[in-house]
Design a binder for this molecule. Structure first.
Ligand code: NAD
Ligand code: UDP
Length: 314
C-alpha cells in the first residue's frame, strides 16, 4: 500500500486508520466534507509530510480527480442513528453517488477499494449471531431505512462494478465500534453514557436495556480494515467483536469505569431498534487471519481517559 485515499477520513474510524497507515509508511489523502467529522480528529497529522487533506463531498463525481491512488477506503457516510436520521437524503446520497465516485476512481486507476458497509444490513436480525450469508430483516421505509438501504445499495453497486468492470473491491460489514474521537454528541450509547457518567448526570437507557450489542475497540477494527485492503477478497466480511453485552450491562460498566455515581433512567425504545447483534467472525479469522484483541474493560478505560481529558479542556 503506498498512495491511500480515505474518503471520510476526518471521522472517528477514518482518523484512526489515517494514523495507522501513516505509521506504516503510506501516503494518505483524506477527502471529507466535515459533515459529521472534524479536522480536530486529524490534528496530529495535518503537518505530516505524507498527509494531504481535501475538503470535498464524495457525491461530487469530480471529488477525487487528480489524486494518485493504490488503495481507497470508502468510509464517507453519517454513521450514528442521530446523524443519519437528521440527514436522510445526504445519507442515501453518500451510499449511492458517494460510493459510485469511489468505485469509478478505483476502476480507472486499478486500485484496491474497501467499502465500509455495516451490521445494519442485517436490520433487526432473526438469525443470531449474524454470518455473512444472512440476508437480513430490514424495514425499507423505517426510521433507519436511509442508512440500512444506502449501505445495502452500496454493497449491490460494488458487486455490480466487480462483475461488470472487474473492479477490485472488497466489502466489510463493520459492527459497533468504540474508542477515543467518537463524537460525544452523536447519540450513540457509549459516547452518551460516558459523557453523562463523567458529568454525574443520569444515563438514559432505551427500553429495558435487554437489547444487545457487541462492541469492538477502534484499534482492532482498523487493523481489520488494513488486512482487507491487503487482500483481494470480495467479501462481505464481518468485522466486529463477538463479546455480546446487554445495553444495561454496558451502562453499569461505564458507571464503574468512570467511578461515577450517576443513576440509570429508562426511556422508550426507538422504532426498529435491533434487539440483538453479534458478529460471526469465522470468515474474518479464516480469510484475513484477523480477530479482535482488546478486551472491553481495557478499551473502555482508554475511551474514558480520552473523554475525561476533553472534559477537563472544555
Ligand atoms: P463518522 O461520522 O465519524 O465519520 C464519517 C466521515 O465521513 C465524517 O468525517 C464525515 O464528515 C464524512 N462524510 C460523510 N458524508 C460525506 C460526503 N458525502 N463526502 C465527504 N465526506 C463525508 O463515522 P464513523 O463511525 O467513523 O464511520 C465511518 C464509516 O464506517 C461509515 O461509513 C459508517 O457507516 C461505517 N460504520 C461505522 C460503525 C461504527 O460503529 N462507528 C459501524 C458500522 C459501519
Ligand atoms: N441506546 C441507549 N441510550 C442511548 C443511546 C443508545 O439505550 O443514550 C441504545 C439504543 O437504543 C440501542 C443501543 O443502545 O439499542 C445501541 O445504540 P447505538 O446508537 O450506540 O448503536 P446502534 O443502534 O446503531 O447499534
Amino acid at each position: 500500500m503506498r498512495h491511500v485515499l480515505i474518503a471520510g477520513g476526518a471521522g472517528f474510524i477514518g482518523s484512526h486508520l489515517t494514523d495507522r497507515l501513516l505509521a506504516r509508511g503510506c501516503s494518505v489523502t483524506v477527502v471529507d466534507d466535515l459533515s459529521t467529522g472534524s479536522l480536530a480528529n486529524l490534528q496530529g497529522v495535518l503537518d505530516h509530510p505524507r498527509f494531504t487533506y481535501r475538503n470535498a463531498d464524495v457525491c461530487d463525481p469530480g471529488a477525487l480527480q487528480g489524486i494518485d491512488l493504490d488503495v481507497i477506503f470508502a468510509l464517507a457516510s453519517p454513521a450514528s442513528p442521530v446523524a443519519y436520521q437528521s440527514r436522510p437524503l445526504a445519507t442515501l446520497a453518500a451510499g449511492s453517488a458517494g460510493t459510485r465516485t469511489c468505485l469509478a476512481a478505483a476502476t480507472d486507476q486499478g486500485a484496491r477499494m474497501v467499502l465500509a458497509s455495516t451490521s445494519e444490513v442485517y436490520g433487526d436480525p432473526l438469525c443470531h449471531p449474524q454470518p455473512e450469508s444472512y440476508w437480513g430483516n430490514v424495514n425499507p421505509i423505517g426510521e433507519r431505512s436511509m442508512y440500512d438501504e444506502a449501505k445495502r445499495f452500496a454493497e449491490a453497486l460494488a458487486t455490480a462494478y466487480r462483475r461488470e468492470h472487474a473492479t477490485n473491491v472488497g466489502i466489510v460489514r463493520i459492527f459497533n465500534t468504540y474508542g477515543p474521537r467518537m463524537d460525544p454528541a452523536d447519540g450513540r450509547a457509549f459516547p452518551a453514557f460516558i459523557s453523562a457518567a463523567l458529568r454525574g448526570e443520569p444515563l438514559t437507557v432505551h427500553g429495558d436495556g435487554m437489547q444487545t450489542r457487541s462492541l469492538c475497540y477502534v484499534d482492532d477494527l482498523v487493523a481489520g480494515l488494513e488486512r482487507m485492503a491487503d487482500s483481494d477478497h470480495p467479501g462481505p466480511i464481518n468485522l466486529g467483536n463477538p463479546d455480546e453485552r446487554t445495553i444495561l450491562e454496558l451502562a453499569h460498566a461505564v458507571i464503574a469505569a468512570c467511578q461515577s455515581s450517576s443513576p440509570v433512567v429508562f426511556t422508550e425504545r426507538p422504532p426498529d431498534d435491533p434487539s440483538q447483534r453479534c458478529p460471526d467472525i469465522t470468515r474474518a479469522r479464516e480469510v484475513l487471519g484477523w480477530e479482535p484483541r482488546v478486551p472491553l474493560a481495557e478499551g473502555m478505560l482508554a475511551m474514558v481517559a480520552a473523554y475525561r481529558a476533553e472534559v477537563a479542556q472544555a
